[in-house]
Write a protein that binds this ligand. Structure first.
Ligand code: R5P
Length: 321
């Protein structure tokens, strides 16, 4: 039973195709609103019709252009709240600054906490996120919400492929990701290996050190939460190849693909790059990876969770929990 007014869905400019796919999935049209960038870079948001008493979901990723997308999300949340929506949920498929989640050196900010405070202050009553860089970021929020994972979508893809693969091994490109990698391997019934990696200072430069586990003469699926500059994956692919891997696949949730990451990936001996649409991939980047790029949609997952949230039903059930 719905406890709030009707559902209203809004698409932020960072997530238009994904929001359209969610809208199609739950058979609720997107509501109209204007978003204008003024010459002084201030953003103006105006709703086409009232949301008074409604259960409203704003779908907006916070990938590039990060500051614009984040600010637009905040202004839209505030607009919805000030128009007397009953409940406003921020649906953020990719949350920016999630890697800035601790004070790991002197004189730095925990910016993920700042982003959480901003989202709440803007008016979010709930949040829905996907694969946060660190699950603990949920603790930065006082409002309730759900952090979902796209790993079942990605592992499901490989489950169908597994028979054609040569004794696949799941490899995590980052030790911080070992637990999720283990779940990925368990769901496929595969063994796993780890790459020990170190980041050099604050620059986006990484150094892969060694493989813990056996990849020799196995097909390998390297899993990670995101590809940003592509440095981690480049090192990981080269390392597993040095250790005797056969075909290499790369699977990651968030295709951030900053700067020349896609050119970097295109040059790697990788059979497929399997990712999702939490971050839109521009056509020119898609063209660089061609048929090796497989993009699986998170729209059915987000649509289902929006529907259940609206109806006050369990989300855990979706994950058999
Ligand atoms: C690291 O902590 C993450 O799990 C990813 O490995 C990282 O965000 C990827 O960044 P890049 O592509 O810049 O190496």
């Amino acid at each position: 039973m719905a406890v709030y007014g009707g559902i209203k869905l809004f698409a932020g400019r960072g997530s238009v195709p994904l929001a359209q796919a969610i809208s199609k999935y739950i058979h609720i049209p997107l509501s109209g609103h204007d978003v204008i960038d003024f010459p002084n870079e201030n953003i103006f948001v105006r709703l086409h019709s009232s949301v008074r008493g409604q259960d409203v979901y704003i779908i907006q990723t916070t990938s590039t252009p990060v500051s614009r997308n984040l600010m637009e999300l905040l202004i839209t949340l505030r607009t919805l709240k000030q128009d007397s929506a009953d409940r406003v949920t921020a649906v953020v498929p990719y949350l920016c600054y999630a890697r800035s989640d601790k004070k790991d050196q002197p004189r730095v900010a925990i910016t993920a906490r700042l982003v959480a405070d901003l989202i709440e202050a803007a008016g979010a009553d709930r949040y829905i996120f996907l694969d946060l860089h660190a699950g603990q970021i949920q603790g930065f929020f006082s409002v309730r919400g759900d952090v979902l994972t796209a790993f079942r979508i990605l592992s499901g893809y490989f489950a169908k492929k597994k028979k054609k693969m040569h004794d696949p091994v799941i490899v995590t490109a980052d030790l911080g990701f070992a637990k999720k990698g283990r779940n990925f391997a368990a769901s496929l019934g595969c063994s796993m290996a780890f790459i020990e990696k170190r980041r050099k200072g604050n620059k986006s430069i990484t150094e892969a050190l060694t493989v813990v586990g056996d990849v020799d003469n196995h097909d390998v699926v390297i899993v990670d939460d995101e590809i940003d500059t592509g440095g981690t994956i480049l090192q990981a692919v080269n390392t597993v190849k040095e250790y005797g891997a056969r075909d290499v696949y790369v699977s990651f949730v968030h295709p951030v693909l900053s700067g020349s990451a896609t050119e970097r990936l295109a040059g790697l001996p990788v059979r497929e790059f399997v990712t999702t649409d939490t971050v839109p991939i521009p056509d020119e980047k898609k063209a660089l990876l061609g048929s090796r790029l497989v993009t699986l949609s998170v729209a059915p997952l987000l649509g289902e969770v929006i529907r259940r949230t609206h109806e006050g039903r369990s989300v855990g059930e979706l994950f058999h929990e």
